[in-house]
Design a protein around this ligand. Structure first.
Ligand SMILES: Nc1ncnc2c1ncn2[C@@H]1O[C@H](COP(=O)(O)OP(=O)(O)OP(=O)(O)O)[C@@H](O)[C@H]1O
Ligand SMILES: [Mg+2]
Length: 331
């Protein structure tokens, strides 16, 4: 398998929620590429649209009130390219893609794991559906998967129920389930936020190992810049449904350029004191998401704001693969 190539191309994606209070532009014109075998990190404050981006890719947006309004999500499979945004959210194609091509792990394993089935039968269900193994082989495969995610005593654990497992073990079970059909892309939505730091380090290490072993790409969502710096190849910084900066991880940490990114980085000392805290220490607060914003969404909180910021800055490439949506960099 070649190392090069793009797995997923997201272009001008808009996912809105039509609520009684107005239209929430949760994802508002997001574009990015996910290369094969690479980790793209997504960072930004609570409510900026990280989860909705990941859920849109799997067509798991609750509808109503949610809807992909426009844009494309092109998935390059072996013999075809599929625009996921154009599929029926309940059709055969997206069900085939979920699990087989793209799967997801969440912060809260109980969102994925059913309390009434053993973890083994939940893994078996997914592999029998996608790979067509018989019952005996599926059970052996479930044990194998649990072993590969570092579950102690997998022959025993395969028969246990989620409530019998610790938080870390549940997270391992959810990862085993997500990877059981060898997806090419894993959406990891704050997979370690609910864990203590020791278990968190183990799960991150596991994800890195599995990423190499399975040759997969990961869309890694977190509000923790420390994790991003360790895990991601490329980072997307989101603010109010938009990507305000995109850069290789090393470059972003050396040269954070959007005023919002700079503010996030300044908030790190506060984060270090409370590593599980949400990023809410930037002055000013995120505006009401139902209000239509003209121009740069960060302008109301930005120390460099200027009249021109009421117009959309577009993206300026300020280095290799480093794009910033800010008028400060307009040449
Ligand atoms: N089912 C829904 N109905 C209405 N609005 C929603 C729904 N789901 C998400 N939103 C809104 O979409 C916006 C983006 O939410 P999203 O969950 O993607 O944020 P996030 O970046 O993942 O935040 P967090 O860090 O807290 O997980 C928010 O304003 C949120 O309130
Ligand atoms: Mg989220």
């Amino acid at each position: 398998m070649s190392d090069a190539g793009i797995l997923l191309e997201v272009r001008d994606l808009r996912t809105y929620f039509h609520t009684d209070d107005g239209v929430v532009r949760a994802v508002d014109g997001v574009s990015f590429d996910l290369a094969k075998r690479r980790i793209v990190g997504v960072v930004g404050e609570s409510g900026c649209g990280k989860s909705v981006t990941a859920l849109s890719i799997l067509r798991l947006i609750p509808s109503p009130p949610g809807r992909i309004e426009s844009g494309s999500i092109r998935l390059h499979r072996d013999h075809e390219t599929v625009d996921i945004a154009a599929l029926s959210a309940t059709g055969k194609k997206i069900r085939e893609i979920r699990g087989a091509d793209i799967s997801m792990v969440f912060q809260e394993p109980m969102r994925t794991l059913s309390p009434i089935y053993s973890i083994g039968s939940q893994i078996m269900e997914s592999v029998r559906l996608h790979i067509g193994l018989n019952k005996q082989d599926a059970k052996e495969y479930a044990v194998h998967m649990l072993r590969s995610v570092g579950m102690p005593d997998p022959e025993q654990r395969v028969n246990e129920y989620p409530h019998q497992l610790s938080g870390g073990m549940r997270q391992r079970a959810m990862i085993a389930m997500a990877l059981s059909c060898r997806p090419k892309l894993l959406n990891a939505d704050e997979p370690t936020t609910a864990l203590d730091v020791t278990i968190e380090a183990q799960i991150l290490q596991l994800l890195t190992e599995l990423q190499h072993e399975y040759h997969m790409s990961i869309l890694f969502i977190t509000h923790d810049l420390g994790i991003i710096s360790k895990m991601a190849d490329t980072v997307l910084v989101m603010y109010l449904g938009r990507i305000v900066e995109r850069a290789p991880a090393v470059e972003l940490f050396e040269n954070p350029s959007h005023p919002y990114t700079q503010a996030l980085f300044r908030s790190i000392p506060a984060m270090a004191a409370a590593p599980k805290a949400k990023l809410e220490v930037i002055s000013g607060s995120v505006p009401d998401p139902t209000v239509t914003i003209h121009g740069c969404p960060f302008a109301p909180r930005c120390p460099h704001a200027h009249e021109r910021c009421t117009a959309d800055p577009g993206y300026t490439e300020i280095g290799p693969n480093h794009a910033v949506a800010c008028w400060l960099y307009e040449s």
